[in-house]
Ligand binder design. Structure first.
Ligand SMILES: *Cc1c(COP(=O)(O)O)cnc(C)c1O
Length: 492
């Protein structure tokens, strides 16, 4: 299996090269040349999470040996996960919450960022690069911590994370500045997330710096969700959830289900789409947005237009206007026409918008798009608690609202699996206020305790007493000194 760039079809790379490179030289994203089929669903029925992950990853990462994949999988999905099942399902009538937040940082990004470091070190060894890989990441909260945990103490790799000093939650900030590991570096940026992201991008394209680092035997790479090494591991849990439903006699083998995903960068839902293309019986892919509803408009009209106001919501991990992974869907719905994809991406860059044609809109018919307003999120959290005695987070609530509306409008009664992307403790303030109707003025840490006490749920161990951990990262830099900071850390 080889990988193309979404923006040109003449250069192919192996999966290990795609994982090391992260992004293609022409700025496109790596896509598999075809989507491998699941030959026999029934055979997957009795596999545990790790076994299933091996089957799926072997189909995509064909220049890794079976032993290498197995080692990566077993090193990733170990006791760091607080559930033996890794991704358990919570049944609420005909909706099932697929809990993807039992990893080290309480958000679904752990599912992929636990394994990416192992895939990357294996790939580096395979190519006998004999170089140190430095992962450089800008984060608005969840990705940075999940990457730090994933890459912590991984041999041959260093990781540097920049986050906006005043742009993340108290919990997220504490999670990062108390980060353990002798290869982790965390820097607070005096600026916003865009400054951090732009700064990192500039460092990536700095030819002079690249040469300077090469002399020191260092190469830079990214843990961003555009890396194919993050996307493929996400296919696993959709197949796992389906098998779980069959095993528990909730559905028949080959019965179709719908899947609902709270969507930001379009990575998680794209993995579900890939699972469908591989033959998993999925009917609709329900793409749920918050008030930054650019994807809702795109799915319903074919116009992607970022000329709109950016909104800050209670589901911050979905506050996004440019969904990078959508480029991979464009590649599929243009029937793999890289020239057309390139023209859309140029139009996005130059005019902040593009429009797909009728045929391409038709090729997107497996998707259903809608969004939740802030009040819908509050109501969804309340409703799920009152009906099922189950507390969901704000992102998951966005998906619940949209899925329920879909069911009412479409009269489609297929069972729905909802990707539950974060623990309610990660966004304890918003969740607690939704459940209590009041506008308390507690800080994040107090809200965590309140949520636990009032609703009788244990605080997940990774954030228990997090406010009492020792702060070990105190570096601050301005947006103009990011490059110097990186050089200083790497002694280059
Ligand atoms: C990143 C994230 C999302 C969005 O996932 P995408 O793959 O970017 O669409 C949703 N919920 C949470 C909690 C996240 O951290």
């Amino acid at each position: 299996m080889l990988y193309y760039s979404t923006r040109s079809s003449n250069k192919k790379v192996t999966s290990s090269e795609a994982i090391i490179n992260g992004i293609a030289e022409d700025g496109g994203l790596y896509v598999p040349e075809y989507l491998p089929k699941i030959e026999n669903l029934k055979e997957l029925l009795d596999l545990n999470y790790k076994q299933l992950a091996c089957v799926v990853l072997n189909k995509f990462f064909t220049d890794f040996t079976k032993e290498e994949i197995k080692e990566c999988v077993y090193n990733a999905y170990n006791e760091k996960f607080r559930s033996n099942e890794i991704a358990p399902l919570k049944k609420c009538e005909d909706m099932y919450f697929l809990e993807l937040f039992h990893g080290a940082t309480l958000a679904f990004k752990d599912m992929a960022l636990s394994i990416l470091p192992h895939l990357m070190t294996t790939a580096v060894k395979k190519h006998k690069l004999e170089k140190e890989v430095v992962i450089l990441t800008a984060t608005s909260g969840d990705t940075g911590k999940a990457a730090l945990e994933g890459f912590k103490d991984v041999e041959g790799i260093k990781i540097i994370v920049f986050f906006p000093r005043d742009g993340v939650s108290d919990v997220q900030k504490m999670q990062m500045i108390t980060q353990a590991g002798n290869n982790t570096h965390v820097v607070m940026l005096e600026g916003n997330f865009d400054d951090a992201q732009n700064g990192v991008k500039e460092i990536f394209v700095d030819k002079e710096l690249k040469d300077q680092l090469l002399e020191k035997n260092i190469i830079l790479s990214s843990a961003n969700s555009i890396n194919i090494g993050r996307l493929v591991p996400q296919i696993v849990y959709y197949i796992y959830a389906y098998m779980n439903l069959v095993r528990n006699k909730e559905i028949e083998l080959n019965e179709e289900i719908n899947i609902g995903v709270p969507t930001g960068n379009f990575g998680n839902i794209l993995a579900a789409y890939y699972a469908k293309q591989m033959g998993l019986p999925i009917n609709k892919l329900i793409c749920a947005s918050n008030e930054n509803n650019i994807l809702t408009d795109f799915i319903n009209t074919g116009v992607y237009d970022i000329n709109r106001k950016f909104k800050t919501t209670s589901s911050p991990s979905m506050d996004i206007l440019i969904s990078s992974n959508l480029e991979r869907l464009l590649y599929e719905i243009t029937t793999k026409d890289s020239d057309v994809v390139t023209s859309y991406m140029n139009s996005l860059k130059n005019k902040s918008a593009y429009k797909i044609n009728e045929k391409q809109i038709l090729n997107m018919r497996d998707f259903y798009g809608d969004y939740a307003k802030e009040i819908d999120v509050t109501n969804a959290i309340k409703e799920v608690y009152e009906k099922y005695n189950y507390v969901i987070d704000t992102h998951t609530a966005v998906a619940y609202h949209v899925c329920k509306n879909y069911k009412n409008i479409s009269k489609d009664n297929k069972k729905i699996v909802i990707a539950s992307t974060a623990s309610p403790f990660k966004f304890a303030g918003s969740v607690y206020r939704a459940l209590n109707k009041c506008n308390y003025e507690y800080n994040d840490f107090e809200f965590i305790n309140k949520l636990s006490e009032d609703f009788d749920i244990d605080i997940p161990s990774p954030i228990k007493d997090i406010d009492k951990l020792e702060v070990v990262h105190q570096q601050v830099c301005s947006k103009d000194t990011m490059k110097e900071t990186v050089c200083r850390i790497l002694k280059a």
